[in-house]
Design a protein around this ligand. Structure first.
Ligand code: FES
Ligand code: FES
Length: 169
């Protein structure tokens, strides 16, 4: 599978969750895990450009697909991705635990709807739970994301296409 533009071998354990594979095998700990049964959305990643819950997918099911985690949106020495910048500007977070999931859901939303309506924004973030920020500032951040995102490259990750092998567990 490709994760953030890098090719990895899938884990040998066919029951390994994608969320656990990303966090524990690939050390991409920006993918958070809360409920582990598909409710909170904080494990959201992009799967071929669309948001999915990585706690509901087996890692081997990602074979041949492109996964983008929060680490893949912007390199450490690069400017923030427009959606990250918008959450920063609009105070769309407090503790930040839910934030990677929200950001990737919004990237996926803008991939599908570059200029979303209020209803589409609500639907786009309806699968993500935040316990401390309040949704008003998160909605503002989505609207600001639209302003900051250059079309038509809205929402793309920034992988570099390197091939890396990691040992199977
Ligand atoms: S940890 Fe996956 S939806 Fe909550
Ligand atoms: S910022 Fe704390 S749970 Fe959302």
């Amino acid at each position: 599978m490709r994760v953030n533009g890098v090719t990895y071998q899938a884990p040998a354990d066919p029951r390994r969750l994608l969320s656990d594979h990303l966090r524990h095998d690939l050390r991409l700990t920006g993918t958070h895990v809360g409920c582990e049964h598909g409710v909170c959305g904080c494990c959201t990643v992009l799967f071929d450009g669309a948001p999915i819950r990585s706690c509901l997918m087996l890692a081997v099911q990602a074979e041949g697909h492109e996964v983008t985690t929060i680490e893949g949106l912007a390199a450490p020495d690069a400017p923030l991705h427009p959606v990250q910048q918008a959450f920063h500007e609009c105070h769309g977070l407090q503790c930040g635990f839910c934030t990677p999931g929200f950001v990737l859901s919004v990237v996926g939303l803008l991939n599908e709807h570059p200029n979303p309506t209020a209803e589409q924004i609500d639907e786009g973030i309806s699968g993500n739970l935040c316990r401390c920020t309040g949704y008003a500032s998160i909605r503002r951040a989505v609207k600001r994301s639209v302003e900051l995102t250059p079309s038509p490259r809205r929402g793309e990750g920034r992988g570099e296409g390197r091939a890396v092998e990691v040992p199977n567990k």
